[in-house]
Design a protein around this ligand. Structure first.
Ligand SMILES: Nc1ncnc2c1ncn2[C@@H]1O[C@H](COP(=O)(O)OP(=O)(O)OP(=O)(O)O)[C@@H](O)[C@H]1O
Length: 261
């Protein structure tokens, strides 16, 4: 009763990360990272190559065991209750490897059955998702024969079929044509306005600025800034603020041998 915030930004955050650490040999990929993702937010995670975004999201969704730290997903301690975690979260990874000798409809059906849904419910949801993602006519085609954008869309259908509360998307618009991207954005907006939470990891700053109401900038395994997108960009574009926070921009026009005039 103490918390006056509206329900979409309700008392229980979708994701709370404290003191997260992951090392790969001598390399510290994630270095004591703290993050709060409000429930009902459209959250952008941005950072330079190798910043630790994928590693963080893999640990947050129960795919990679942390060396230290605590992760709570809608109050569930991820690494103590992986079964509950899998029910709560839908994941679309970049470069995801799918069972591509299945047709699109078979793949979504497989994902739904794996999520413990009854066969009739899966059939209904798979048909809805294929229609929503404009893949109806490709439902019987093997996924190996899909284009990159179609593959991304069928992977999104797989991530959505068990109606997760949190959707985690790594570069969801890469290789997707503008019309399909707009459709996916509408689906994600609908998902958020009906109480779901979306975390998008992307290098497309203008897109993150337009789509996401919250954003975190991470570099070298730590959060440099986090909050509402407007607060983080602080009057600049997100891209300018990112460059300012992260630094490392090189000046000059490249090596002499690359110049033709
Ligand atoms: N399995 C692994 N083995 C060894 N090092 C790894 C492994 N996975 C990630 N790393 C290292 O950890 C660091 C963080 O990688 P990560 O993939 O999380 O970064 P990222 O922010 O997602 O980068 P990008 O934007 O380029 O996808 C990098 O230095 C990477 O080389």
């Amino acid at each position: 009763m103490d918390d006056p915030r509206p329900t979409t930004q309700g008392a229980e955050p979708a994701l709370v990360i404290r003191g997260l650490v992951k090392r790969f040999g001598d390399k510290v990929a994630v270095s004591g990272l703290d993050l709060d993702v409000p429930s009902g937010s459209f959250f952008g995670l941005v950072g330079p190559n190798g910043a630790g975004k994928t590693t963080t999201l893999s640990m947050a969704t129960g795919l990679l065991r942390p060396d230290a730290g605590e992760i709570r997903l809608h109050g569930v301690d991820v690494w103590h209750d992986l079964v509950e975690t899998k029910k709560l979260v839908g994941i679309l990874s970049d470069g995801v490897r799918l069972f591509d000798r299945l047709s699109g409809i078979q793949l979504v059906t497989y994902a739904g059955l794996l999520g413990g849904l009854p066969r009739e419910v899966v059939a209904e949801r798979a048909a809805d998702l294929l229609q929503l993602l404009d893949l109806e006519s490709a439902g019987g085609t093997l996924v190996v024969d899909y284009s990159a954008g179609m593959t991304k869309k069928i992977a999104l259908a797989c991530a959505l079929v068990h109606a997760p509360r949190l959707l985690v998307l790594d570069e969801p618009f890469e290789s997707v044509d503008p019309v399909s991207a707009a459709n996916i954005r509408d689906i994600l907006d609908g998902f958020v306005s009906s109480g779901g939470t979306v975390i998008v990891s992307s290098h497309a700053m203008d897109l993150v600025q337009r789509m996401c109401d919250h954003v975190a900038v991470i570099a070298e395994g730590r959060v440099l800034a986090s909050g509402t997108t407007d607060a983080v960009r602080d009057g600049s574009t997100l891209e300018d603020r990112f460059v300012e926070l992260v630094g490392g921009r090189r000046s000059g026009g490249g090596p002499e041998w690359l110049r033709h005039s």
